[in-house]
Write a protein that binds this ligand. Sequence first.
Ligand code: NAI
Length: 243
Amino acid sequence: MRFENQVVMVTGGAAGIGQVTAENFAKEGAKVAICDINADSGAAAAKALGPEASFTQVDVANSTSVSDWVDAVLDQFGQIDVLVNNAGITRDGLIMRMKEEDWDAVISVNLKSAFNCIKAISKIMVKQRSGRIINLASVVGVMGNPGQANYVASKAGMIGLTKTVAKELGSRGITVNAVAPGFIETDMTAVLSDKARDAMLSIIPLQRAGSPQDVADAITFLASDGAAYITGQVIHVTGGMYM
Ligand code: NAI
């Protein structure tokens, strides 16, 4: 029970990696507050976590909704120990054809969201002089990926944000790290063609797609006491796709 008496916030906790991450924390004693844009599946996911979990419908790209959520969680639980910036979307297309609105949507949901959440939560963690922030990046934020200029830029931005906030908040006992998943079986990747899946699998030394559990376990490790001296890092969970 590594997270007994701890309060953990997970964005995009209704599905995929966020949902399993919330389950991991709840199983180890945390009070978990999830948010998601999807109200039905978010409410169901929180219910499955047990009576101490909460769900709030939030668009993480909207700074007012995010700060209202953070205030409500602080009011309910009195402290915030861990923030997982997980919510994310894709709007793929080659750069020459990418619509401006698809660029803006991905940058807002994947990157501005983390700014919104970290800004709202950092004052609380600084006052506590402790906290863990874990940002979901992606292996493509390091490697690049054709057809995903908006997504890759958002994930590379997440890595720069992680390192900078780690430097700003380290003196206050707060660690900030990123997890960079590779090819993980969730709704996000279910839309990929067989050809795209085979191309991904052909460059994974462990020869399988990852599961949300594989990523959630790295996230919970970074939030645990065992990771107390790790900050500003990008942990790749890719089956070796990138070394
Ligand atoms: P998913 O699509 O299964 O789940 C994402 C969740 O975020 C959904 O519940 C969705 O409703 C929520 N969400 C979307 N927009 C939102 C908004 N504006 N406000 C609040 N919630 C919102 O995705 P998955 O695969 O679980 O991805 C989670 C994170 O991991 C994302 O940041 C993604 O970019 C990242 N990632 C995923 C990889 C994969 O292969 N699945 C690989 C690398 C990174």
